[in-house]
Design a binder for this molecule. Structure first.
Ligand code: ADP
Length: 776
């Protein structure tokens, strides 16, 4: 080995100062001849390696012990002839156990040849005792030092690059590897930490595989000493010598971090791919001149093309509308590089216009100037929004209509109260002939008008779901009797025959909503009489189902009237539907049947009609009632209450703000009871003040009034007055029909109510009832 040339190169390569070089070095001298050992020390002292420390051991075993302790040496000066080992065996022992060390063999003058041989066996150099001088010793030691440094640097480089290296000689099954290789396999302290674990087991199959090609490069996953895995890249060259022994070298690089990053990238790419394909929004990349580059399924769905078709589109931008909007979009994109939630319409392949929002970002790469785009179809959302708005508007207007109807009906009832009241007063006067007929007509017309107002209010309540049904027992026979009694009068006017025909076994007492049943029957029978000029009107009651406690009854009202064209039958149950008659005008609003239909259906029944033009009609409905026991009738109107004599003396406080109504009430009452002491209060406040001063037998209290309304006044009287006064009789007077239905007046502490416009008899009856009770 010619090391002197390389020595020059190494010297020029080092950048460390010489003092640094020497201070760090130790030399192990294994030499039993103390004279020779002393000479080495003297030579070193003379040289510029003066600071080099010499550790002298006089036997091989002592030398090996020092090496095993882990001490590092720049070189080992090894005498081959030692007390415990002689010749090459000495060298081989050291090389085998410490292959990385620089061994400089010391030979005798007589066996110079041994030196050459020693170098072949793995020594770095040899020195001939008695021949070498300080210069030669220094030179070879310097080489060792430099070699160590190079090896250290190599080791460092390997460590930084995570690259380990190894060599394998099959002939001696010898495996040498760099520290980094051991580290990669998880033996951080190098080979000595391996124990039973040998990296060679992993590498052997790779070496075998490399033999065929001469070399092998491979990424693989290896198991480390602690059982964990690392990803490595292995590059290995291998061949067999002429005797068939394998010789292999290789490097192994830990690429775990890179591999994991790669895997992470693949995963995240897959995730993004998944989002891309699964997205409900159209995601695509498009060139600035409108060519599709990449797109997902949703894009195909939205544009309405297949893959091929979409790629063939010359300029996708022509599909956007309106044109000004499209131009604005492209301009914005070019100027601002991005566009967010831009509203635009898209006309798809089927010619449908889809409302979309568009978000786009410019992309500029070597081979593309374009943009990525998210196009969201919001057509349905927008439609839903429009519907919601329309619905809100409808609700709002329904509410307004409800309020309007309620207040209008109230406003109409009040003056009607006056008209009806005054007609009644006139009728009580001694008039006859023409004036009597005129007053009768006024009264009749007012009653019709009142009926219309009530119907409108009723429809409004039904439409707003405000109807509540009663369930109490009543006398069905009595209902029918009353019906016939009232209707008989109208029927007789037209010479119609009116009759009730009832199945056997229909019980007399049933439980349900009597008022509603009445309302339906009056409507149907009233219509039947109205639309019939001759013949009869028959009312049938048929037992449909008898289910234990309950009973289903079918009511039919048959007439021989003008009938209804078949194609109109369904329509007459709608609100405001009336059938035009060429030559005749019938009174009515077209609300009655619609109210009946609602009242029947809300109680779970069915209503319908069979008819034909000129063939008469049959209207029918069914309802379920519970069977009930006869009960004593409480509060039966106009019964059990003896008249309050016309000359009775009693005091009455009328609380009413409306002048006309004051007049009607006053006239009506004074005509009935000549001695009545009647006081009028304009509102609740005045009434309360009056009551503080004076006692009254009864109070008639309007509800809606300025300053203090009837509810407030009643509450005040009930709560703030001394007991006898607080319990005084108070009758509510209201034009609000629901006050009576909801029994709201009771909530406010009133004793009873009179609905305006009042029927004189009802007013007289209620006053008599309470004044009498009060007096007794
Ligand atoms: P109104 O009687 O107030 O007009 P309805 O809702 O009670 O309103 O009736 C609606 C329409 O149905 C009537 O205008 C009439 O044309 C038709 N109709 C109702 N009952 C009969 C009947 N018994 N015979 C013929 N036509 C009828």
């Amino acid at each position: 080995m010619n090391f002197s040339d390389t020595n020059q190169d190494l010297e020029s390569a080092t950048i460390m100062t010489s003092s640094q070089l020497v201070s760090a070095n130790k030399v192990l001298l294994i030499e039993d001849n103390l004279g020779d050992a002393r000479l080495v020390e003297i030579f070193l002292l003379e040289s510029d390696l003066a600071n080099c420390e010499v550790i002298n051991k006089t036997s091989l075993s002592d030398g090996l012990e020092v090496l095993r302790s882990g001490a590092e040496f720049a070189a080992i000066l090894l005498d081959l002839t030692l007390p415990d080992s002689r010749g090459f065996e000495t060298l081989e022992t050291v090389v085998a156990q410490f292959p990385q060390n620089n061994i400089i063999v010391l030979t005798g003058f007589s066996d110079k040849d041994m030196g050459v041989q020693a170098v072949k066996l793995g020594a770095q150099d040899y020195l001939v005792k008695g021949e070498f001088d300080a210069g030669e010793l220094t030179k070879t030691l310097r080489f060792s030092i430099e070699r160590n440094k190079v090896l250290k640097r190599l080791e460092e480089t390997q460590r930084i690059a995570n690259i380990g290296s190894w060599e394998y000689y099959g002939v001696s099954d010898s495996f040498t590897a760099s520290d980094e290789l051991y580290r990669i396999f998880g033996c951080l302290g190098g080979e000595k930490e391996c124990g039973d674990f040998t990296p060679l087991n992993t590498l052997k199959p790779l070496q075998e595989a490399a033999v065929g090609n001469g070399q092998l490069k491979k990424d693989l996953k290896i198991r480390r000493k602690d059982g964990s895995f690392r990803y490595v890249f292995v590059q290995c060259t291998a061949h067999k010598d002429e005797l068939g022994h394998l010789i292999a070298q290789g490097i192994i690089q830990d690429i775990t971090e890179r591999k994991l990053a790669e895997q992470e990238m693949v995963k995240s790419r897959e995730r993004y791919q998944e989002i891309f394909t699964q997205s409900k929004d159209a995601l695509f990349i498009c060139s600035l001149d409108g060519k599709f580059i990449d797109f997902n399924q949703a894009t195909l769905d939205l544009f309405g093309y297949d893959r091929q078709g979409l790629l063939m589109i010359e300029d996708a931008h022509t599909l956007y509308q309106p044109v000004e909007r499209k131009n604005e979009f492209i301009l914005k994109l070019k100027n601002q590089k991005s566009v967010k939630d831009f509203e635009i319409n898209l006309v798809n392949r089927q010619g449908e216009t889809r409302e979309c929002t568009l978000t786009a970002n410019i992309i500029v790469t070597d081979d593309l100037v374009g943009y990525n785009c998210i196009l969201r179809d919001v057509t349905e959302k927008r439609q839903a929004e429009k519907l919601r708005k329309a619905r809100d508007l409808a609700r709002q207007s329904a509410k307004m209509k409800e309020q309007f109807v309620a207040s209008i009906s109230h406003e109409m009832r009040t003056p009607m109260n006056a008209i009806l009241g005054m007609s009644n007063i006139l009728l009580q006067m001694d008039i006859e002939g023409e004036p009597l007929n005129l007053v009768k007509s006024i009264k009749q017309s007012s009653e019709i008008l009142l009926g219309v107002v009530n119907d409108i209010l009723e429809v409004s309540e039904i439409q707003n779901g405000k109807v509540v049904f009663e369930n109490s027992s009543f006398d069905l026979y009595e209902v029918l009797n009353n019906l016939v009694n009232v209707m008989q009068y109208k029927a007789q006017e037209k010479d119609l025959y009116l009759e009730v025909i009832m199945d056997e076994g229909i019980p007399r007492y049933i439980s349900g909503d009597q008022l509603r049943l009445n309302q339906i029957l009056y409507n149907l029978v009233g219509n039947a009489i109205k639309f019939t000029d001759e013949g009869y009107v028959k009312i049938y009651l048929k037992k449909l189902h008898d289910i234990g406690d309950s009973l289903q009854i079918k009511f039919e009202v048959e007439d021989t009237g003008i009938g209804i064209p078949e194609d109109k039958i369904e329509a007459i149950f709608e609100t405001f539907t009336r059938i035009r008659q060429k030559d005749r005008v019938f009174e009515g609003t077209g609300l009655g049947l619609s109210i009946c239909k609602n009242l029947v259906e809300l109680q779970g029944g069915k209503i319908g009609a069979r008819s034909g033009q000129g063939r008469g009609s049959v209207f029918y409905f069914d309802l379920i009632f519970e069977k009930a026991e006869a009960k004593a009738k409480p509060d039966a109107p106009f019964e059990d209450v003896p008249e309050l004599p016309t000359d009775a003396v009693f005091s009455l406080l009328l609380v009413e703000d409306h002048k006309m109504n004051q007049l009607v009430a006053r006239k009506t009452l004074e005509r009935k009871w000549g001695n009545i002491q009647l006081t009028i209060a304009e509102n609740g406040q005045i009434a309360v003040d009056l009551l503080k001063e004076k006692d009254f037998d009864i109070v008639l209290m309007d509800i809606q009034m300025p300053v203090m309304d009837g509810y407030e006044a009643t509450k005040y009287i009930r709560e703030k007055f001394p007991p006898e006064k607080a319990s005084m009789k108070i009758l509510a007077m209201t034009a609000h029909a629901h006050v009576s239905k909801d029994e709201k007046f009771k909530e406010y502490g009133m004793d009873d109510f009179v609905l305006k416009p009042f029927k004189p008899e009802e007013l007289f009856y209620k006053i008599a009832k309470y004044v009498k009770r009060h007096n007794s």
